[in-house]
Design a binder for this molecule. Structure first.
Ligand SMILES: O=C(O)C(=O)C[C@H](O)[C@H](O)CO
Length: 320
């Protein structure tokens, strides 16, 4: 059975509950909904919900506090493997809040400078790397890289090289968050390292736009020519998705969604369903279709992780 490891941070998520707040103008007192989310974990959850026979595992660190305990319980409820979710004695999870505009486009505020996940690398011993090396896929993002303490990044790259040489498929989504990097140059340097070790890359045009001034999917493709991806999927919001695999180009027109409530986790749910479909040997066209349907469903709901039963019922109807 396939084992997929995702490496990164899960945070406490806060968002204003639209249904419970009758007046959007009341700034002094709002009812917030609290959940748990983080980009790579979101990917793992949507992968597992879409393809329950696959094993998705989270590699991270949390604390011993009540939020951390609830977070671990949440991961277990989603059937995410937690063997490599370590518990720090003196740190707690980070937190983020979602704001959405009238079009459903989201922005985030973060409180994560001191989170347990920043210090995950010292927990990852050679024994742990040996276990990860038995996996089929290792997924990380630009956020995962930005989160880990800069002085621990060499340990991360050493681990990644070991996993790659053990034959694990390395998958990277740049997910650029400008505020998490000291300088854009630092992000570029880390991303290019990640691209050079990745078998599959799942970038968004917006990552490249912000960082390299690249504005179209074709230009992203040209930029990516310097790397050696087996598979490259270029996401572009509501515009056409481009995919390259074994010298062939695929184009996919995104199914339009009229009722966009919150775009949080659009890319993550896309990644989860896409990777799950590809691990399950679905062809590229079917994988792009199910991924785009998953993302289209997720953005019609508030928060990164949408209600499980509704998502599962929806996705089961879409699967071949
Ligand atoms: O922005 C981050 O670091 C997060 O992981 C929060 C969100 O869940 C994620 O960005 C959604 O893609």
């Amino acid at each position: 059975m396939s084992n997929i490891y995702v490496f990164g941070e899960c945070m406490i998520e806060l968002r204003v509950d639209k249904a419970l707040n009758s007046s959007q103008n009341d700034t002094s007192s709002k009812i917030l909904k609290q959940a748990f989310a983080g980009d790579v974990l979101n990917t793992a959850i949507y992968l597992k919900r879409t393809f329950p026979a696959l094993n998705a595992h989270f590699v991270s660190a949390v604390g011993h506090d009540k939020f951390s305990v609830d977070m671990l319980n949440f991961l277990k409820e989603e059937h995410i493997g937690c063997d490599f979710v370590f518990q720090s004695d003196n740190k707690i999870p980070g937190l983020y809040a979602i704001e959405t505009d009238e079009t459903g486009e989201r922005t985030f505020n973060y409180w994560r400078e001191n989170s347990a996940a920043k210090e995950v690398m010292p927990f990852i011993t050679q024994d742990v790397i040996g276990k990860l090396a038995e996996g089929d896929m290792f997924f990380f993002s630009g956020i995962s890289l930005a989160v880990i303490t800069a002085s621990d990044r060499p340990l991360f790259w050493k681990m990644l090289a070991q996993l790659k040489s053990a034959g694990v498929s390395i998958v990277f989504d740049p997910n650029y968050r400008a505020r998490m990097w000291e300088t854009p140059e630092q992000a570029k340097e880390q991303f290019e390292k990640a691209f050079s070790l990745s078998d599959i890359a799942l970038p968004g045009v917006d990552d490249f736009q912000q960082l390299y001034g690249i504005k179209t999917a074709d230009e992203v493709y040209n930029f990516c020519q310097q790397f050696n991806f087996e598979e490259l999927v270029i996401k572009n919001g509501e515009a056409e998705i481009l995919c390259y695999h074994q010298g062939k180009q695929y184009q996919f027109s995104v199914i339009p969604v009229t009722n966009v409530v919150d775009t949080t986790s659009a890319g993550d749910s896309f990644n989860g369903a896409y990777l799950g479909a590809r691990i399950n040997k679905q062809d590229i066209d079917s994988a792009l279709k199910i991924a785009s349907q998953a993302a289209g469903f997720v953005i019609q709901h508030q928060g990164a992780i949408v209600p499980k039963v509704a998502f599962t019922q929806f996705i089961e109807k879409q699967l071949p």
